[in-house]
Design a protein around this ligand. Structure first.
Ligand SMILES: NC(=O)c1ccc[n+]([C@@H]2O[C@H](COP(=O)([O-])OP(=O)(O)OC[C@H]3O[C@@H](n4cnc5c(N)ncnc54)[C@H](OP(=O)(O)O)[C@@H]3O)[C@@H](O)[C@H]2O)c1
Length: 353
């Protein structure tokens, strides 16, 4: 890569998603972890002391030694080129634009600016072309967002269907993992041996974000896809992996076999770019009657593939199936890192001079 590795910081580094960033950035060929930020509760301590490590494996030694810093809209970091944001939406609201105004690139997981004009909401295999929204910006700073974690699984499996047959309507029911609520998240006594219906704000995101992601870039704006989504969400006592059960009305009739073939043939549209975090395939489909399961299949290709199964005829709409996405990886940190890699490879993001 020209110009050396980019210096990156993680906002919300002590949280569930922040830890995934730290884990995935250790040894990254293009990005060097330079700074870690969290709330004033954690600031002032070494990361290894401040964090309750949940991301699996060993906490990377170099990260453990870094001091945890705070950040305010008045003090964007000067020692970073790129920030990965795992802030809650309320904190992201003012902080992220302040960092962009200071010339930084921000790749965010927070929902605060996902639908803002000029902000690409990306799942790179699905809508990499939307990155061109950034080309109209005036300054050097930029903001790129990844979608809600369950939305990522939904649009991943809808993408080949939309391209081949068109998609008109979707009914989706989700079973979402505990880690999706962050740390410490939902109290154990509420969730263990139980299912909690209705995750605040989640159904609205599932119903709106796919329209934008599957929309068309025209004249510097996104023309949203006219897809109607009806979503029902549930929190379940699973650690990682959001399972989605969906029924789809297609634009043109297709057999379950033709739908399965479209999913199998989707492959990896980004392969020519050789992005370090891209899996060999976005979608992994299996014919087993009980596929996919969060505990067994959420971690495919390091959590970067979406597992798809049970493709069959739907007596109500046209076709129904199940999809599984690793919420903290493909649905969060892994997706954001892939977004940043796409921007680097397409010349939109580089070392700040
Ligand atoms: N969990 C998922 O699967 C998932 C998936 C996709 C997107 N997201 C989104 O990613 C973001 C992070 O989620 P999470 O699950 O990682 O949450 P989390 O575990 O609750 O972590 C939140 C992080 O934000 C920090 N923080 C809180 N208030 C702050 C402030 N005022 N200033 C600076 N830092 C502050 C916390 O620091 P302290 O430790 O010091 O309090 C912590 O590092 C959210 O926007 C969420 O919606 C999450």
């Amino acid at each position: 890569m020209k110009g050396g590795r980019l210096r990156v910081g993680v906002l919300g580094a002590t949280g569930v998603v922040g830890q995934q960033f730290v884990a995935r950035l250790a040894g990254h060929p293009w990005f060097e972890l330079a700074a870690l930020f969290a709330s004033p509760r954690s600031a002032g301590r070494r990361y290894g002391e401040a964090v309750r490590w949940q991301a699996g494996g060993e906490l990377p030694v170099a990260a453990a030694r870094l001091p945890v810093r705070t950040i305010t809209p008045e003090s964007p970091p000067e020692d970073c080129d790129l920030l990965f944001s795992a802030l809650d939406a309320a904190s992201a609201e003012a902080l992220e634009p302040a960092c962009v105004a200071a010339g930084l690139a921000v790749a965010t997981n927070a929902s605060a600016h996902r639908l803002a004009r000029g902000v690409p909401l990306l799942v790179p295999e699905v809508n990499a072309a939307h990155a061109a929204l950034l080309d109209a910006r005036s300054g050097r700073g930029l903001l790129v967002a990844n979608p809600n974690c369950a939305t990522v699984g939904l649009v991943a499996v809808l993408a080949p269907l939309a391209a081949r047959f068109g998609v008109e309507a979707v009914q989706v029911t989700t079973l979402q993992a505990a880690s999706g609520a962050g740390y410490p998240g939902v109290p154990a006594l509420d969730l263990l041996g139980n299912v909690l219906p209705g995750i605040p704000g989640e159904e609205e995101k599932l119903e709106r974000e796919p329209r934008r992601i599957l929309g068309r870039l025209a004249g510097g704006e996104i023309a949203e896809a006219p897809i109607v989504v009806s979503a029902q969400t549930h929190r379940v006592p699973v650690i990682d992996g959001h399972l989605l059960a969906l029924s789809v009305r297609l634009g043109e009739r297709a057999s379950p076999e033709a739908v399965a073939r479209a999913i199998d043939e989707f492959g990896q549209p980004l392969a020519p770019l050789a992005l370090p975090s891209a899996p060999r395939r976005l979608l992994r489909r299996d014919d087993a009657a009980d596929f996919p399961q969060p505990r067994l299949h959420a971690g495919g290709e390091g959590g970067m593939t979406v597992a798809v199964g049970r493709v069959r005829r739907c007596p109500l709409l046209d076709v129904r199936l199940s999809a599984l996405v690793h919420n903290t990886v493909r649905g969060a940190a892994g997706g954001a890192i892939l977004n940043a890699e796409l921007l680097v490879r397409t010349g939109r993001l580089g070392v700040r001079r």
